[in-house]
Design a binder for this molecule. Structure first.
Ligand code: C2E
Ligand code: MG
Ligand code: MG
Ligand code: MG
Length: 282
């Protein structure tokens, strides 16, 4: 009956859920235009050597300056971009920007030719058949050495389809690209699988770094990751380093590189250029 249907409708209909769906749809529509309207930009966070404190490279991180909502965090729009497939275009944009910018820094600061750039790859991008070719073209266009590009992939992206991942990773590796596992320790990766992939770098998730100066268990986990990486011939980057005490612990553990607010947040390309200029001759 109509009455019963009305009742059912009340059970299913939830204003909050509806509002959220509308907001998500709006976000998706806006995101479709974001690239064309030049609302997306890339910022760069320095990665430093733990032993010397010198900058070894940067992680490229995307930002969205929304005309009405202001700055939207990638944590909010990357998942929407993944779901809608827009991540492919966004990923291409970030890769191109990053390569172009790295080339500029190499040309403007010849003494910093060794600087490399890390670019995050989403699972969807990672399973695009043309990914390898696209990267090859960018390397040619910007005359970059493949080893100056490091791609960050999560464990879940690899484990979503391990065999396909192995093939693509091997192709990238053959090009000379360096491969990193991002947020290591938070995904569902099987340690037994790790040696099957040509990974160069493990990035320790910041949830582990956070308490290594106060918590013996966290310290033990980070020590185990560093040892694992050593034994597999990989290097280690600690993410989210915020305090001097954390850095001291990482130095004792002989972690290779670090990234975090202690050194710098992610900065615009102009600010990075100023930073590099200030380090000339040092
Ligand atoms: P991620 O790749 O693990 O990047 C590191 C995140 O940690 C960045 O957040 C960075 O700003 C933040 N961070 C760095 N140092 C510290 C610290 O000392 N303390 C704290 N609390 N945070 C720190 P961001 O830029 O908001 O990016 C969040 C995530 O969004 C990234 O995590 C990555 O998964 C994704 N993302 C960002 N840019 C891209 C992109 O171009 N493509 C893809 N596919 N994903 C991206
Ligand atoms: Mg990353
Ligand atoms: Mg990370
Ligand atoms: Mg993260």
């Amino acid at each position: 009956s109509a009455k019963e249907q009305g009742k059912a409708w009340h059970i299913v209909f939830d204003q909050t859920m509806y509002d959220r769906a509308v907001a998500l749809l709006q976000l998706e529509t806006d995101l479709r235009w974001a690239i064309a309207r030049q609302e997306l930009r890339v910022v760069y966070q320095p990665i430093v050597s733990v032993a010397t404190g010198k900058i070894t490279g940067f992680e490229a991180l995307v930002r969205w300056q929304h005309p009405e909502r202001g700055l939207i965090s990638p944590a909010e729009f990357i998942p929407v971009a993944e779901e809608t497939g827009l991540i492919i275009q966004i990923g291409q944009f970030v890769l191109r920007e990053s390569c172009q910018q790295l080339k500029r820094w190499h040309s403007d600061f010849p003494q910093f030719q060794y600087l490399s750039i890390n670019v995050n790859l989403s699972g969807k991008q990672f399973s695009q058949p043309c990914l390898v070719e696209e990267i090859e073209q960018l390397l040619q266009e910007f005359e970059l050495d493949a080893s100056s590009i490091k791609l960050e992939i999560t464990e879940s992206a690899i484990m979503a389809s391990p065999e396909q991942a192995a093939t693509i990773l091997q192709q990238l590796k053959t090009l000379g690209i360096k491969l990193c596992i991002d947020d290591f320790g938070t995904g569902y990766s099987s340690l037994a699988y790790l040696h099957c992939f040509p990974i160069d770098v493990l990035k320790i998730d910041r949830s582990f770094t956070k308490r290594i100066d106060r918590d013996g268990e966290q310290l033990a986990i980070v020590r185990a990751i560093v040892t694992l990486a050593r034994n597999l011939g990989m290097s280690v980057v600690a993410e989210g380093v915020e305090t001097v005490n954390q850095l001291v612990q990482l130095r004792l553990l002989e972690c290779d590189q670090a990234q975090g607010y202690l050194f710098s947040t992610a900065l615009s390309d102009d600010k990075i250029s100023l930073l590099l200029a200030s380090k000339l001759g040092s």
